[in-house]
Design a protein around this ligand. Structure first.
Ligand code: CAA
Length: 390
């Protein structure tokens, strides 16, 4: 059982051969490379440096980047399938993959200059370097227009000052996309997106967060003290920074929706296997309706989430508007990830509460999918505004 009800996965979704190949390669990597060390890395809060290097070599760190810039030239559907498979086993690795692919690489490919693509996108897409996306601040998480980090225009360069919080890949990255306010009087139209290199003077990696879940991911506070950034490192025109953040985040939400889907489908696969092995009252527990109905709900909702994720990805690939579909997919997939990982622990009983059985980690990892890249409440704002727009 691989978690894909055959009828829908192979027939209705019309996946091409290359999609199946990418999905299978990601599944093999997750099972053979990530699974053996995941419990140790989660306990030690250890970033998977070597595993992510291998992921880059396989082309999974710049999946949607054109080959001429060092990427794999794949579509968003392939990316979503790979994210699901990696996330079934290891959401700490998949969030690194997601940020690098859909926030950093996608943003640079879509809006960067040729100079920026050659200098920064190429090493990021080929997996030689890791990127980070720096939007959130101590006082600006959901309310993202309230940026207090400043980027003062000094002619041929900007001077950045401020603090960014909860930055994924904070210490492992070497290229940072930083959102900062240049003209406060213009509100969100005064915000810029700037490329900062790790070794620029005044850039400081602060404390590492000690987290409930995705403990193997590398989440840090970052400080900027008079960091001098050349003008050529500004992405697109002056004042485009907030739109840049929004446009990349909507693609990012497909990645996080696929991550949440992976966590939920991982919980389903483990629960199905366990329900066949474990017997109580003289029969395997899946023969008890209390367990069988839980499995039925999980499978149905995982399937619904998968359809939503693939729809959002397919819309993006077709060049259609995908903002609403990505918000809906993220809202739904993250909610079922939370609900069904709790159910998976319940199905496993006492075994579910110990690390060896993996479901307690999935439950801890699921929670963040309702928070980052736009909380569930932010997705509801986006969805309701879209419904009421006309
Ligand atoms: N595409 C293009 N432009 C967009 C856009 C989109 N999808 N969404 C909004 N905008 C534009 C609007 O058109 C508007 O511009 P104009 O005035 O020119 O029309 C501008 O952005 C401001 O939009 P709003 O007035 O709608 O702004 P708002 O203050 O009401 O907030 C919001 C909008 C959707 C709530 C936004 O603030 C938001 O998405 N917040 C959540 C931020 C977020 O996701 N943070 C996650 C941090 S990153 C992270 O987690 C990464 C990680 O490490 C894992």
């Amino acid at each position: 059982m691989n978690g894909y009800p055959k009828a829908s996965q192979e027939m209705n979704l019309d996946l091409k051969e290359e999609h199946i190949a990418v999905r299978d390669a990601a599944r093999d990597f997750a099972q053979n490379v990530l699974k053996p060390t995941i419990i140790e890395r989660d306990n030690a809060q250890r970033f998977a440096t070597e595993e992510i290097r291998q992921l880059g070599e396989l082309g999974f760190m710049g999946m949607m980047v054109e080959e001429q810039y060092g990427g794999s030239g794949m579509d968003t559907v392939s990316y979503a399938l790979a994210m699901e498979e990696i996330s079934k086993i290891d959401a700490s690795v998949s969030v690194c993959m997601s940020v690098n692919n859909s926030l950093v690489c996608y943003g640079l490919q879509q809006y960067g200059s040729e100079f920026q693509k050659q200098k920064y996108l190429r090493p990021l897409a080929s997996g030689q370097k890791i990127g980070a996306f720096c939007l959130s601040e101590p006082e600006a998480g959901s309310d993202a227009t309230s940026q207090s980090t400043t980027a003062v225009d000094c002619g041929d360069h900007y001077l950045i000052n401020g603090t960014k919080n909860w930055i994924t890949n904070g210490n492992s990255a070497s290229i940072y996309l930083v959102i900062a306010q240049t003209n406060p009087e213009k509100g969100h139209k005064g915000i810029n997106a700037l490329i900062v290199e790790r070794d620029m003077p005044g850039f400081i990696v602060g404390a590492k967060e000690d987290k409930l879940g995705i403990r193997g991911s590398d989440t840090h506070t970052l400080m900027f003290q008079d960091v001098k950034v050349p003008k050529e490192n500004r992405i697109a025109e002056d004042g485009f920074g907030f739109k840049f953040a929004m446009k990349t985040l909507f693609g990012g939400r497909i990645g996080i929706a696929a991550q949440a889907l992976g966590i939920a489908s991982g919980a389903l696969e483990l629960s199905l296997a366990y329900s066949k092995e474990r017997a109580t009252f003289g029969k395997p527990i899946h023969q008890h309706q209390a367990i069988a109905f839980k499995l039925a709900d999980m499978a149905t909702q995982v399937e619904a989430a998968r359809l939503m994720v693939l729809k959002a990805a397919a819309l993006k690939d077709a060049g259609e508007d995908y903002d609403l579909a990505s918000s809906m997919a993220k809202l739904y997939a993250s909610d079922i990830a939370m609900r069904h990982t709790v159910e998976a622990v319940q199905i496993h009983g006492g075994y579910g509460f110990v690390k060896e059985y993996h479901v307690e980690r999935l439950m801890r990892d699921a929670k963040i999918t309702q928070i980052y890249e736009g909380t569930s409440e932010i997705q509801k704002i986006v969805i309701s505004r879209s419904l009421l727009k006309d």
